[in-house]
Design a binder for this molecule. Structure first.
Ligand code: ADP
Length: 612
């Protein structure tokens, strides 16, 4: 009965009571006035009517009190429900109420935005739909065990993060708690409160990653090992693959790659080897090597390939990588750029390199650059110490012979000059040869010192390769004549003009030709040729001399290295210097040899450089 109706009944009953009292009073006075005796039956009847009315009034008063109390309780319950609904609605956490058969009864707004299902989609579904497959069974056991336990609430996952499964199939780390509540009618419901901790976990992971890598990167002072540590730290935590570009002292860019899968790695390596970075270009890699922070590239599309793809071959390789995002950052120490780091990703997340991730990458790039610079400084210092030791040993050892020869010839010419003019001329020639030998040694040592200090400066001029070859051949004409070498030169004038340091390239060719003559039989053939290849302009010096055993070919370009040290026949520096000169020009040098049948030395000068 509504409260207002109850109140009307109460008023009506009071009025009825009043009317009964008046009737009773009137009956009494009527009886007294007539002077007759009061008929007891009427009095009793009237009294019972009055009593009944009074009793009813009390009953109704009690009923109204109960109704008022129930109304109060309803209002409170509605307020509590409204408060609960409000909390459910605004909570960022997912609040999911499930029934005893683990079916979802309530799915709040937070749950909708975390899991991606609407409440209508989720309600009625089993809770297990919100969990990755592999956790479903064990989760069921945990809830059953919680059901039996005396606890009314507990954290899920026992201190570890649990995993949630979104509608789009992606997993996310979460923290969750569960509580149980028994309702009237032996019904039990459970409430699961779950928080998506993806962002927090990312920050924690990033902090852990940065502290681990900064220690990892300083574990070695070998630049090659540091670059390797950078590559393996970056992949797969920061991206699916990466390029590390290092700026060598000579200015050349040394590019290495790393990828989580072998196919991508092989494509990246082909790109790195066959399509070197053009430092002067406008690509993100070139920009980073100039210390700039290029924009994130989202996908390698036609427009990108048109701008930076290069040849069709390179474009195909880039397309095959199927990248969705690429970020290049400079590796800088102070105001010095030591290289660039390019992170390549194929994932579906559009915000792979969002601002949080970029902060981590920038921090990582700082540690990487610092580690590289430390390794470089250490290597330079060690190389300088080694070079000093080598120079000291060469000076003390190799100069002793020519100085001894000069001293002996000069003493003889002064104290007991030979009577024969020929003999005197032979001694004077010995002095001249020894002086030339010492001069060459000093020049080579100075070159080596400059290379070590990174001061091998190049004075590049437009030059014709054929004229450089002719100059070098002219310098060795007396040796060619003396050993009756059949020198063939096949260098076309039509080759493109090169931008090289003439003096240095002549030095390389003269060294290779000198060795070819030196290590060939009297009268044998030596051929110098040149051709335009994919590698650039390749110059070849081929002899039919003693050749070089395969196991020592790899060491042939090391300094002070000779197959058979022969005093007066070289110092083992020529090829090391030639190697440094060719690399400073951005080319490479190599040897192919058949022991006993001859050697072919070749070096390339990049075609792109040649065209500049
Ligand atoms: P050097 O000739 O002054 O000893 P290089 O650095 O020019 O120094 O050469 C290093 C060594 O490489 C030589 O001592 C020789 O053992 C080997 N070598 C170089 N060129 C040839 C060649 N054309 N044929 C055989 N061996 C060679």
């Amino acid at each position: 009965m509504p409260l207002s109706a109850a109140r009307s009944v109460k008023v009506a009953l009071r009025a009825a009571g009043l009317v009964a009292l008046v009737v009773f009073a009137m009956a009494l006075s009527d009886a007294l006035r007539v002077g007759g005796a009061l008929p007891w039956t009427r009095v009793v009847a009237l009294a019972s009517v009055v009593g009944a009315i009074a009793f009813s009034i009390r009953r109704h008063r009690d009923a109204v009190r109960v109704l008022e109390f129930q109304h109060e309780r309803d209002v409170q319950a509605r307020e509590a429900a409204a408060k609960f609904a409000g909390i459910m609605a605004i909570a960022a956490d997912a609040i999911v109420v499930i029934d005893s058969s683990h079916r979802i009864m309530h799915f709040n707004h937070g749950a909708e935005s975390i899991f991606g299902y609407s409440a209508a989609e989720a309600e009625g579904q089993p809770l297990s739909r919100l969990l990755p497959d592999r956790f479903r069974e064990v989760h069921g056991h945990h809830v059953a065990e919680f059901d039996q336990s005396p606890d009314t609430a507990r954290r899920m996952g026992h201190r570890r993060a649990v995993s949630g499964l979104r509608k789009d199939g992606t997993e996310f780390p979460a923290e969750a708690a569960i509580s149980k509540l028994d309702l009237p009618g032996l019904r039990r419901i459970y409430t699961v409160v779950l928080r998506d901790i993806t962002d927090r976990k990312r920050i924690e992971d990033a902090d852990r990653f940065l502290s681990n890598t900064s220690t990892g990167l300083t574990r070695t002072l070998d630049p090659v090992a540091v670059a390797e540590a950078i590559r393996s730290a970056a992949v797969p935590t920061l991206a699916d693959a990466c390029f590390v570009d290092l700026l060598a002292d000579s200015g050349a860019v040394v590019r290495t790659a790393h990828a989580a899968d072998a196919r991508t790695l092989s494509t990246l390596r082909t790109l790195a080897e066959e399509h070197p970075v053009n430092r002067n270009g406008d690509s993100p890699f070139a920009k980073a090597l100039r210390g700039e922070h290029p924009d994130i590239v989202t996908g390698i599309d036609e427009a990108w390939l048109d701008s930076y793809g290069g040849t069709q071959d390179a474009r195909d390789l880039w397309s095959a990588l199927d990248l969705t995002a690429m970020l290049t950052v400079p590796l800088v120490v102070g105001d010095r750029v030591v290289g660039g780091l390019t992170l390549l990703d194929r994932g579906k997340r559009a915000d792979r390199f969002d601002s949080d991730m970029r902060r981590v990458i920038e921090e990582f790039a700082r540690s990487a650059a610092m580690a590289l610079d430390n390794a470089r400084l250490y290597t330079t210092a060690r190389r300088a110490t080694n070079a000093r030791d080598e120079v000291l040993s060469v000076v003390s050892h190799d100069l002793r012979n020519p100085i001894g020869a000069i001293a002996m010839c000069a003493r003889m010419l002064r104290d007991s000059p030979p009577a024969s003019e020929d003999e005197r001329q032979r001694m004077l020639q010995a002095i001249t040869d020894a002086t030339a030998w010492m001069q060459r040694l000093i020049r080579d040592l100075l070159d080596v010192t400059s290379i070590d200090a990174g001061h091998l400066s190049l004075d590049r001029q437009p030059s014709s390769l054929s004229s450089l070859v002719m100059t070098a051949a002219g310098m060795l004409s007396s040796a060619v004549e003396e050993r009756a070498i059949d020198l063939q030169i096949a260098v076309a004038d039509s080759l493109p003009t090169l931008m090289v340091d003439d003096r240095r390239i002549v030095q390389v060719i003269a060294n290779l030709l000198g060795n070819a003559i030196k290590f060939s039989e009297q009268g044998s053939r030596v051929t110098i040729s040149a051709a335009l290849t994919a590698d650039g302009v390749v110059t070849t010096v081929k002899d039919a001399g003693i050749g070089i055993e395969p196991d020592v070919q790899a060491r042939i370009f090391n300094r002070f290295w000779q197959v058979k040290p022969t005093p007066g026949r070289g110092n083992g520096l020529g090829l090391a210097i030639a190697h440094a000169i060719v690399h400073a020009h951005g080319g490479r040098i190599w040897v192919e040899s058949d022991p006993g049948r001859g050697s072919t030395f070749a070096f390339s000068l990049p075609y792109a450089e040649a065209n500049n």
